[in-house]
Design a binder for this molecule. Structure first.
Ligand SMILES: NC(=O)c1ccc[n+]([C@@H]2O[C@H](COP(=O)([O-])OP(=O)(O)OC[C@H]3O[C@@H](n4cnc5c(N)ncnc54)[C@H](OP(=O)(O)O)[C@@H]3O)[C@@H](O)[C@H]2O)c1
Length: 358
């Protein structure tokens, strides 16, 4: 009988709820605990909270209770996240997987990497950060395709999409700057943290190519709302950011340029409610572009029959499912520590209980 893993779900926002539902379906995982923040979720069955059959797992707000609970792994999905909390969980002997940072902190945040590694060593466990972007598009998938190339001049990852139905206040207004004035966005203490978060996957790609980044650059452009725009997190007021265009660029020792580009906006493709228009590369989805002796455009898109709500929901489900599907591999990885995609075997979906050991 293959091993199953006891899992605690930490937070049930958009990503955490999708993660919880997929844990219940996953044949190698068992939900044993749930940490929530909102008062109206406290004491309720996990299944009731996310609209599935009752699970028997009751939600608690008590951090100490979760710390003391026996489990193999915690799916850590809050907004905002806390390094201190992550390290505490690791020290209790529970693996941690998360869509939050830190994907590859060794260069941008060496002290953080050291703290996580030390907590892993004390708990005899592993930490792994995953997701969609970062945690897939930004590093795992482009690195896979570099295996088809020899000389690489530039690697560009572009994410583009109308986010108006994404209901995370924290992600939309803080991380994506939507609804801020450009002055607020430029002065935000989060700006430096965001740059590091996008530089981490740049560093991981460089490391995967056997190189290192010698220079970093960041470019931020904004387009403002021409009128109030209704979104899932309330009105984006006229004169505030309604399209956020980020580029974080790293250049390796050998001159390969690695570009992380995001275009997040709250309008349809016509952009009639914005003060000016951007020449959008696509309506929504992702492009991974490799330039060199092999030139590849890898487009990842949603089928046209999906509506806007479904596109955003499925994009966020990929984040949750990638994290959940990594749990058995993270729990089985040898040598306690911070594990990146460069350390783990291939992460796949799981439909059955057949052992993957060959
Ligand atoms: N890597 C990727 O591709 C990717 C993509 C999307 C999101 N993310 C990250 O995933 C995390 C979850 O995103 P999301 O879309 O699920 O966000 P969300 O919908 O805003 O959910 C966050 C949850 O955090 C909990 N929370 C409330 N107040 C909190 C506080 N003061 N401190 C800590 N947690 C609090 C709540 O849990 P309860 O409702 O259970 O009370 C809330 O629902 C975020 O950190 C985000 O940055 C990563």
């Amino acid at each position: 009988m293959p091993k199953t893993y006891k899992v605690i779900q930490w937070a049930t926002g958009v990503v955490g709820s999708a993660a919880l539902r997929s844990v219940v379906r996953h044949p190698k995982l068992e939900l044993v605990g749930l940490k929530v923040y909102n008062d109206d979720k406290k004491g309720r069955d996990a299944g009731d909270i996310v609209g599935i059959d009752r699970t028997g797992g009751i939600a608690t707000q008590d951090v100490d209770e979760i710390m003391a609970q026996e489990a193999d792994c915690v799916l850590y999905c809050p907004m905002p996240w806390s390094l201190e909390e992550i390290c505490r969980l690791l020290e209790t002997g529970k693996h941690v997987v998360t869509p939050c940072p830190y994907w590859f902190p060794f260069v941008q945040n060496p002290d953080t990497a050291a703290a996580i590694n030390e907590a892993c060593r004390r708990g005899g466990v592993n930490f792994h950060a995953s997701g969609c972007n970062p945690g897939g598009i930004a590093e795992r998938f482009p690195l896979t395709f570099t295996g088809w190339c020899n000389r690489i001049d530039r690697i560009t990852m572009t994410e583009c999409g109308d986010c108006s139905t994404y209901s995370s206040e924290g992600v939309m207004r803080e991380l994506m700057n939507l609804g801020k004035t450009p002055e607020q966005a430029e002065r935000s203490p989060i700006k430096a943290m965001l740059a590091k978060s996008w530089n981490e996957p740049i560093d991981m790609i460089a490391e995967g190519l056997g190189s290192e980044v010698v220079s970093y650059e960041a470019k931020h452009d904004y387009i403002l709302a021409a009128e109030p725009i209704e979104t899932a997190v309330g009105i984006i007021e006229e004169g505030t950011i309604a399209l956020n265009h980020y580029r974080h660029i790293g250049r390796t020792r050998e001159g390969t340029e690695i570009v992380q580009e995001q275009i997040w906006y709250v309008d349809d493709i016509q952009q009639n409610r914005l003060q000016s228009k951007m020449d959008l590369p696509r309506e929504s989805g992702w492009r991974i572009k490799l330039e060199g002796d092999v030139n590849l455009d890898i487009d990842i898109d949603f089928p046209p029959e999906l509506n806007q709500d479904q596109r955003v929901a499925q994009g966020l489900s990929t984040t949750a499912f990638h994290v959940v599907n990594s749990v058995p591999l993270v729990c089985e990885a040898p040598d306690p520590g911070l594990k990146t995609f460069l350390d783990l075997p291939m992460i796949t979906g799981c439909m059955g209980t057949h052992s993957t050991k060959r």
